[in-house]
Every structure is written in C-alpha cells, then in structure tokens.
Design a protein around this ligand. Structure first.
Ligand SMILES: NC(=O)C1=CN([C@@H]2O[C@H](COP(=O)(O)OP(=O)(O)OC[C@H]3O[C@@H](n4cnc5c(N)ncnc54)[C@H](OP(=O)(O)O)[C@@H]3O)[C@@H](O)[C@H]2O)C=CC1
Ligand SMILES: CC(C)(CO)C(=O)C(=O)O
Length: 304
C-alpha cells in the first residue's frame, strides 16, 4: 500500500519503520523538505532500523491510500491544510495525537478520517528514536466516510500490533483526554515523573471529578470513581515516564495544553459547567508557556 506519514518525529519514525518492514511503500512528509528522511529506530527487540526513506514526493502523496498524521495537535492545521487538495478523495486520513479538537479546525473535505489513541511509547535520544514501550492503538471513524473502513485496523495491526477497531472511538478518546488533563499539567506543577503523582491523590481526584462532570454532560456513561481508577492505573503503568507536557515545558517547546485542558474547558463552557481547578491548571501552564515563548521571541516577560 502507498502510505505517507506526515510528521517524522518519535511516533512518525516508529510507524514509518514498522510500515516499511511490513512491506508498504512509505514516504515521510517533513516540515522542511530534505532529500530523504533518515529513520533511525531502536526497536523493542533491541535491533536498530536505519533507513533513508523518500520524503515530500507530491506524486507519492497524490497516490497515497493512507495519510498517517503523527504531529502534535497544534501542528495539524498548518501541516494538513496545504496537503488536502493534493490527496486522492479516497485517501484515508488517520489523526494520531494527544488532545482533541484539531479536526474541528479543518475545512470541510471528503476523505475518510479516523482518530487514534495509542499507548505505544517512543522518544528521541539524539538522532535516534527509542521504542520504549509496546502498547495498543485504538482507532475508529470520526466522519461518515470512514465508517465502512474497519479493515484499516488490520493493516496497522499487521505493521505495529496491537491495534483495536472501535465503531465509536469517542469514549476511548475522552478517557485518554481525562488521563492527559490530570497527569500532564500536574507533572509540570509538581516537577515529577508520572508515578510521583501518587503523592498528590487529593489533587488527582479533584481534577478527575471535574473531567467526569463534562464527560457526563457530553453523554458518556462514566462515574467519577471509575474514571479515577482508570487514571490511577495509567499513573502506575507509566510511573517512570516524564509526561510529554513535562518534557515540552522542560525544553521550552509549545505544549498541547490548548487541545487537552483547553478543549475540556471549551466543552464545559458549552454545557454551562465551571471547572475551577482545571481553569487554574490551564492558566498556570499557559503562563509558563507564554513566558518562555515571549523570551525566545525577544520580548520581555517574567518567570512565574
Ligand atoms: N511519542 C510518544 O510516545 C507518544 C506521542 N503521542 C502523541 O502523538 C503526537 C506526536 O508525538 P511525537 O511523535 O512524540 O511528537 P514529535 O514532536 O516527536 O513529532 C512531531 C513531528 O512533526 C514535525 N512537524 C511539525 N510541523 C510540521 C509540518 N508543518 N509538516 C511536517 N512535519 C511537521 C516535527 O518536526 P519539527 O521538529 O521539525 O517541527 C516533528 O518531527 C503528539 O500529540 C503526542 O502527544 C501519544 C502517545 C505516545
Ligand atoms: C499517558 C501519558 C501521560 C504518558 O506519559 C501521555 O500520554 C503523555 O505523557 O502525554
């Protein structure tokens, strides 16, 4: 199958290597075009995958049957919009990122769209991507055109198992949003690994209860206690991780807070619900982000 992977970072390279080894005709699509895309992945079995794969070939893009989007949520609009008119109307677009709301920003288009959440973990170490944990990728349709295409889960599963198809992917995406609303900002506030959040259970519980209120208003049947058990399970399972938001703030990169807590707050407003603790966390992370972004753009700002 001809496939383009948009965004050749940690997850992008993991999928490029897996799809190429599964026999697909793959290319990467990079922000700054280069003669080739160097894909260097240390796989879970310890073996290195090192290949220079083709990149930014418009003929390959136009013939692609799958466009796998492995960008940060805030990068999706700028990267994807210029490519939409170049895609085949049947090309299946898969969004794979933390947070919610990126699809709502896009103009109308006819291609089938899918959204994923994954528990695979990969991170950059110098010029190499380390596949640090195996996981499950949950995928499902987010528009009508995508509904008949459950076979896409088999294609992905064959390359990088496990992949599970969901006719209704939204509950899985909301559960992941809940996890990210709790773990990501709290790990920045307490400057800690995910596992250390067990020391701050009242705070974990307070945030989770607010998220559960919004999920209930959105029509998802989950109790605050069930959601809390799920969040605590993920805290245990990822105890040694520094969350992606912790890493973004430490490296003074733009965070995904607008698509995580920011999305939650936008949905809460629609239902007339106020979320004092999530609002406070959102403001704190935005202040940190704006401070270093202001400094790096040469404007004055104060550290808080
Ligand atoms: N890594 C992981 O283990 C997991 C990640 N996720 C989520 O998956 C998403 C991707 O994460 P991850 O791979 O770690 O992120 P990375 O930052 O490693 O990868 C994003 C890549 O997209 C590139 N990019 C940015 N803008 C464009 C553009 N306009 N056109 C083409 N490429 C562009 C970046 O390049 P450049 O740096 O040059 O801008 C970068 O290489 C995030 O939402 C993350 O939260 C979810 C679960 C696990
Ligand atoms: C699940 C979790 C919290 C794992 O670290 C994650 O998705 C992230 O760091 O963004």
């Amino acid at each position: 199958m001809k496939i383009t992977v948009l965004g050749c970072g940690a997850l992008g390279q993991l999928w490029l290597s897996a799809l190429e080894q599964a026999g697909h005709d793959v290319q990467g699509w990079m922000r700054v075009p280069q003669p080739y895309c160097p894909v260097n992945v240390i796989q879970l079995n310890g073996l290195a995958y090192n290949r220079n794969l083709p990149t930014n070939d418009t003929a390959h893009l136009a013939a692609s049957e799958i466009l796998l989007v492995t960008l940060k949520a805030w990068q999706v609009y700028n990267a994807l919009v210029p490519l939409l008119s170049q895609l085949d109307p049947e090309c299946r677009i898969i969004l794979m990122h933390n947070g919610m709301g990126s699809q709502g920003e896009l103009p109308a288009f006819e291609q089938p769209v899918f959204q994923c959440v994954t528990t695979h973990a990969a991170r950059r170490d110098g010029s190499t991507i380390l596949h640090v944990a195996a996981g499950t990728t949950h995928i499902g349709p987010t528009n009508i055109a995508a509904r008949p295409h459950s076979e896409i889960a088999d294609t992905l599963h064959h390359a990088l198992p496990d992949v599970a198809w969901h006719d209704d992917i939204m509950p899985a995406i909301w559960k992941k949003l809940a996890v990210n609303c709790v773990i990501n900002p709290l790990s920045v506030i307490y400057l800690c690994r995910n596992g250390d959040l067990q020391r701050y259970m009242p705070h974990v519980e307070q945030i989770t209860r607010e998220v559960a209120r919004v999920m209930e208003a959105e029509g998802y049947s989950t109790s605050a206690d069930t959601l809390l058990r799920y969040v605590v399970d993920i805290i245990h399972l990822t105890a040694d991780n520094y969350s992606s938001m912790y890493q973004d703030v430490a490296a003074q990169r733009h965070t995904e807070i607008d698509y995580i807590t920011g999305y939650l707050l936008r949905r809460a407003r629609k239902h007339g619900i106020t979320l004092p603790e999530n609002t406070r966390l959102f403001d704190t992370i935005k202040r940190k982000e704006q401070n270093y972004e202001r400094l790096s753009s040469g404007m004055s700002g104060s550290w808080k």
